[in-house]
Design a protein. Sequence first.
Lengths: 628, 323, 256
Amino acid sequence: MMSFSYTLAESYGFSLWERLLFAALIAISIALFWRRFAVVLLKILHSRKDADFRLSPIGRRVWDFFWEVLCQSKVIRQRPLPGLAHALVFWGFCAFALVTANHCAVGLGVGFLNPGSAMGMFYFDFAAVFALACAIGITGLFYRRFLVQPRWLGRELSWESGLIAFLIFALMVTYLAMFFVATGSAAAHALWWAHSLTLLVFLPIIPRTKHMHLVLSPATVFLSRGGFSRIPALVGDEDFGLVAGADVTRLASLQAYTCVECGRCTEHCPAANTGKLLDPKEIILGLRGYLNEYGPASHEPLLGKYNQQEAAFQCTTCGACEFQCPVGIEHLPIIVGLRRGVVNTGAWEDDHGAKLFLALERGSNALGISTHDRDKFIQKQALPVFDGSQEYCLWLGCMGGYDPKGREIVSDFARVMNYLGTSFGVLRKEKCTGDPVRRLGNDLLFQQLAETNLEALSQSGVTKIVSICPHCVRTIQEDWKEFGTPPAIEHHSEFLARHADRLPQQKTDKKIVYHDPCYLGRYRDIYDAPRTVTSKAGQLVEAPRSRERSFCCGAGGGLAFLGEESGERVSHVRAAELTGTGADTIGTACPFCNSMFRDALASAGGRAPELLDIAQLTARGLGPADSN
Amino acid sequence: MSGIWVVLEERDGRMGRISWEAVAAARQLGEQTGAPVSAIVIGAETQAAADEASARVTGRVVRLQHSLLFPYTADGFTSALEQFFRAEQPAYAVFPHTYQVRDYAPALAARLGQVLIGDVTGITEGPEFTRQLMQGRLNGTFRHTGEGTCFLSVQSGAFRADTAGNGNAEVSLFAPVLEAAQIRTRPGECFRASAQTVDLGSAQIIVSVGRGIQEAENLPIVEQLAQALGAELAASRPICDSGWLPMERQVGSSGQTVSPRLYVAIGISGAIQHLVGMKGSQCVVAINKDPDAPIFEIADYGIVGDLFEVVPALTAAVNAIKQ
Amino acid sequence: MKIIVAIKQVPERDAQVRINSTGGWIEEADLQWALNESDAYALEEALQLKEKHSGEVVVLSAGPGRVGSTIREALAKGADRAIHVECNDLERHDVVGIARLLAAAVGPEKPDLVLTGLQSDDFGHGQTGVVLAELLGLPHASLILHVEKTDTGLLVKRELEEGWFQEVALPIPAVLTIQSGGSKLRYATLMGIKRAKTKEVRRITASELSVAPGQVVILDKLSLPHKQKSTQILAGDAKEAASALVEKLRFEVRVL
């Protein structure tokens, strides 16, 4: 191939004025970088402190950093091909760091990597392999951006993306070309300068473009709140959520400046996919725009010029955006934070929203139905009332207690529990867990509901809860923690899966497509348990988008109660996708999904698949209802 | 201190049924106390009303007449009746529990040092008066103590108008002293809410149709029933989604919330999204072929059957009684 | 404009009310309480008037200590201050007795407008506002859905029966009883609750107002109504069921 002729460690080729010029250029480049970077850094540091921020457990942070940043796991797993291209560029940069440092040192006459040494010889070759990979990667990304043009990246092609791609490519090429020119030759000299200039132009561009993520995203991933959709507690008497710039915390600011505009959030967002105003990427960029114009101390409302109230209230909190984000942005605390800002101050005016809030201020459930109705159902189904002697408290939730379809699910699940000989009872004083109001940002109501329920549970001596509703499960287990210690809770899919070996295997070749509810999958990381249960009742098939990438039914985030949506209905899109699998049955594990699909299938007309909860699927295996 | 006086209420130039129901209640009181029932007609022109009343009561009929007594004002009615009752000192003053009575009778009673027992649904020995409390969840028995007239108003439908009886009472005139300055409120014309937009929220009767109707072409049978009942037509979401009826006729969580006196749900199974929109209805009738449909859970009356047979039969039955 | 809103705390709509051991009143222990519904609309109307014309909204409520939570709720929704008439035996007062208590508290305030709900969801007399006007010597209008301030006083929209309405003009000061549903209620907010902490609640006792319980009309005893709501399925063929239903609608529901 070529004789090893890497000469840059030898300083004789540089005149004094060249060294001075190079030093000056470095100074200018760093100054230009710093001029913008310092502005951003100060905006982040001048944002409000995150009151609940704890560095511990540090192990989790180190692992996230290793897995998500160094291994690029999320980048690759969720978009394999472009993800790999990106990883090649990233790893190329990592390997190149030492080379670049040496390159600059050489220019100043203090090179430290000796190509003659074994270490130097190894490292330059090692870096060359990565440089090659990086060049291929960036070419691939360039091709995708400018020729494939996925719509998630935004319609407008920015010159900066092209320029950056060119610079990265040039950096790699000028490095690799060194291997082909003679030591000390004029060509080598020219290449050195070309490489240097590329580097010096590249540096100031970073903080001025989305390439800021090169610097910030490792910190963002490392410092993230962790958990999923973790909504921070409000602090003190003047904290009402994200009202104005002064309420934006450091983590939120950091995340806003980290966004790399890859559009993965948009690609998976049910709202953005059905013609609504909301685009999670724009929420983050809107926050950045706000911080750029008004700064973190401003009292200008956050919802206005840069972010629209309408968009904030179109979020189903399905969490696909937060799950997908490769740079550690936590969209949900921000979107819910914006809602809190307008709801906690009374600025949000919405007929349906007010109706929901008033129903829960005055009554016990989100549907605004009389509790007597629930009592009647409990009586009719002869559901035992929890008296402290039973193992489980069966939490009905609003859907299980009041929705006719939800009641069928509860009745069937109760049948299965009886079949398994598990004792359970229902709570008379159960109220809504506060899930919809929590997601809609009504902290007053949420606190009242959480506290009342916690008290009722502790009075009744409940230690274990099982529920058919993933929203209840999530809210009780995670969100209530702010106000007390909730009993252990699990979703009925977990319960059923644990007892799967005692449940009959139904002999049928019927195909069942299982739909992952957002609050069970992404929120709770339960994917296999409901599949185990479903497999007992038929032949499990998968929807095109399933597990972590499951597409929302449209009900979450309180949206089930907010009336008609604009654009296409999320539930219709998902129901059509599920129907399209050709399955005989759609299996659900959430009464909200169930209720959304029920409507969607009905208005789709034609031959609709049967719609059953996993508890109903299981109960079918037990034979006719009156036999046990 | 004697006599039972009923204050009759005229509407559109005629006595409303509820006035005769008040007379029936008074008659029941009269049976306990042995006193005859007399009636008061009140207004600017009372001759026709007095003639109508005279045929129904056994005591006397008094025309409380003054030009300032039309249109109705609380100040005018309170003052006129105060003058009459101060002169007459009746044992009982009975009113129909109408919106108008609710507007002045409490003040009238208070002015005479009394307390109105309102919205009475039953009269028992004593006499004791039954009325509902806690929005109908409890009944309370009330008793008038001390001296003076006992004021009560009776709930619409609680007594049967046809038991008011007949009579041929003597009619006399009582001219109260009223001055324009006494009347502090100025009532305007009465009007109905504009009929141009669909206002399900204030509809008294709603006929609502769901998926059971199967095809848009079948809608006329439901429309005919709505027409017969004088009802607004509404629908569940799938019907409006399909464009068979306009969106503003949708009842439910994403549509309108209604609370009519009568809600007829036809071919509606009763999904929760629908139930939350109509659960405030006073009376729910469900027609569905599925006996397990959840709508029957909340219905007052149910017909399990094929709506294509039941609805036309119902339309015919309604039309029959209107003739 | 200075507006007083008289509000009442009543058992929550869903609450299981039980008759107490003497049979004369309900068992109050373990009961959940809420702001009376039409009073919530009266408060809303007052707050909207204040937002339009500026002024002050004072809430007034009579009852025992527990009423404090409902008063706080009203303050949280935007009322400026409150008067709590402490009275532990409100159920022993007849309508005029309660109105006397309220009138004694309202009098010295000299408000431009007194608003109250059309009727309470517990006793359901629907008279307190009208009697209050009589005791204060003020003009009144009842069943009001909408209030507008004019140069000479007020123009109000009054609900009549069977879908009819009427506009009534009246001078101020005046008393209005507000019908539910005329406006859209606002929801309680965290900010409101925090702001309410610093608002004034003046407490006066019934004896300080020297009002004795009115006892012209006495509630003797409470009982459970006979009929429990359950679905009546009308049997027979289409024709029979239809005519059975028409009978029911005519004579039981009385809508035909």
